[in-house]
Design a protein around this ligand. Structure first.
Ligand code: BG6
Ligand code: MG
Length: 216
């Protein structure tokens, strides 16, 4: 384990709930039903891919300009939710885990589909921990394509097989696996069953626990 790459939304900060609320509000405006189950399938996808899924569900065909307007609307609501995000919204145990990785000389990367990643890292004061940040502004293909993680590993100068990815989304687990990375799911074992190991929280987790889980 030379490096760990973390997804952001739902892994290191509790922002997944705000994406849900903003998409739900948009879906409501479009008279499309949208519940937690629908939301689960959007986790990890880019903004545009998420909108496409919602429109397919509602059977709506819209032109690109209208889609842009809808995405801007959703992002405006999302930004309102996260505008006063504070370091307290970092998920339990995350900071402690990052500190332990640093002490052991394990490199740390972010691999997120979000275009708002840098802002969240700054607001939560997590930015200084990351040796590399790859987000939705720097990739052509979004998860489940492995590009975001491959790009991160390349910048960290490590091989995928030397990296453990932490993911809360099925699309993210698929991305990590198809890139040849180790992957730990963060959340519900039923959703993340393809991951090599699943944790519910970082609370109390140590880097050596991760090595043990993955036989590294
Ligand atoms: C992912 C989230 O991290 O980022 C998705 O899991 C979200 O729910 C995606 O749609 C894109 O985020 P943003 O901030 O660029 O709209
Ligand atoms: Mg996520």
């Amino acid at each position: 384990m030379k490096a760990c790459i973390f997804d952001m939304d739902g892994v290191i900060v509790d922002s997944a709930k705000y994406h849900f609320l903003a998409w739900q509000r948009l879906a409501e405006e479009l008279s499309i039903d949208f519940d937690h189950h629908d939301n689960e399938a959007l986790k990890g996808l880019s903004r545009v891919d998420s909108l496409e899924r919602i429109l397919i569900k509602g059977g709506l065909l819209l032109d690109n300009n209208t889609k842009e307007v809808l995405m801007e609307k959703k992002n405006k609501w999302y930004l309102e939710f996260i505008s006063d995000m504070r370091p307290e919204e970092v998920l339990p145990g995350v900071k402690e885990f990052l500190v332990m990785l640093k002490e052991e000389g394990v490199k740390i990367g972010l691999g997120s589909s979000s275009k708002n990643a840098q802002m969240i890292l700054d607001k939560t004061k997590l930015a200084p921990f990351f040796d590399v940040v790859v987000d939705g502004n720097q990739v052509t293909f979004s998860k489940p394509d492995p590009e975001v993680f491959i790009n991160g590993a390349r910048q960290l100068n490590v091989l995928p097989s030397e990296v453990v990815v932490f993911e809360d989304a099925e699309a993210g687990v698929d991305a990590a696996l198809s890139g040849g990375f180790h992957v730990i799911g963060v959340g519900d074992v039923n959703v993340l069953s393809k991951a090599e190991g699943v944790i519910r929280t970082f609370e109390g987790l140590t880097p050596s626990d991760v090595r043990t889980m993955l036989n590294l």
